[in-house]
Design a protein around this ligand. Structure first.
Ligand SMILES: Nc1nc2c(ncn2[C@@H]2O[C@H](COP(=O)(O)OP(=O)(O)OP(=O)(O)O)[C@@H](O)[C@H]2O)c(=O)[nH]1
Ligand SMILES: [Zn+2]
Length: 197
């Protein structure tokens, strides 16, 4: 039955009926017949989709890094090609791509999966790519207190491909550096070189 599913995210669960109502109203306003078979379940489906793509509103990204390990590895650690899907806050249209994270620990390392979870927590909400990039860097910097952090995010924005300027295939690349990466061009080059492999 439409909307009978349990929701993991409390904001979707408690607002489900209203979200469904408003999706139905938008469908009417764009000229659709909300009674036709293909659309009967659409408001409920959209609401369930929101539960996934806006799951970040339920998570404090700092909590994702709650488990860390003391380790004396003070060399570069990189997790690259972390695929993300986000929604542009200007158009509510998807943008997606890959995030690459590098950091130089200072006595504390994060579980590798936690870096991917951090990307999930930050991207699953309305965002701009620049903010995603700096939030990843800032939260790692704050929680791990590493010697340096560098983050590169690549994204393809549907608001630039499917509408407006219509430039499919254009890629936006953003980066953020903290700590030793700020001072050292050699370190930035090492990170970028390792991304190419
Ligand atoms: N900096 C930045 N801009 C973004 C991002 N996602 C979408 N945008 C841009 O947000 C801008 C919104 O501009 P507006 O002029 O207010 O909106 P618009 O009339 O729909 O703009 P056009 O896309 O140029 O048609 C556009 O230039 C988008 O390309 C992002 O992650 N970062
Ligand atoms: Zn947009």
């Amino acid at each position: 039955m439409a909307g009978a599913k349990d929701y993991n995210n409390s904001w979707v669960g408690s607002n489900r009926e209203q979200i469904e109502y408003h999706v139905r109203e938008i469908l009417k306003l764009i000229g659709e017949n909300v009674e036709r078979e293909g659309l009967l379940e659409t408001p409920a489906r959209v609401t369930r989709m929101y539960e996934e793509i806006f799951a970040g509103y339920e998570v404090d990204p700092r909590d994702v890094l709650g488990v860390t390990f003391d380790e004396q590895h003070e060399e570069l650690v990189i997790v690259k090609d972390i695929v993300y899907y986000s929604q542009c806050e200007h158009h509510m249209a998807p943008f997606f791509g890959k995030a690459h994270i590098g950091y130089i620990p200072s006595g504390k390392i994060a579980g590798l999966s936690k870096l991917a979870r951090l990307v999930e927590a930050i991207t699953r909400k309305l965002q701009v790519q620049e903010r995603i990039t700096s939030q990843i860097a800032d939260i790692l910097d704050e929680v791990l207190k590493p010697n340096g952090v560098m983050v590169v995010v690549e994204g393809e924005h549907l608001c630039m491909c499917a509408r407006g300027v219509k430039k499919p295939g254009s890629k936006t690349v953003t980066s953020a550096v903290r700590g030793q990466f700020r001072q050292s061009a050699a370190l930035r080059s090492e990170f970028l070189e390792l991304l190419k492999r």
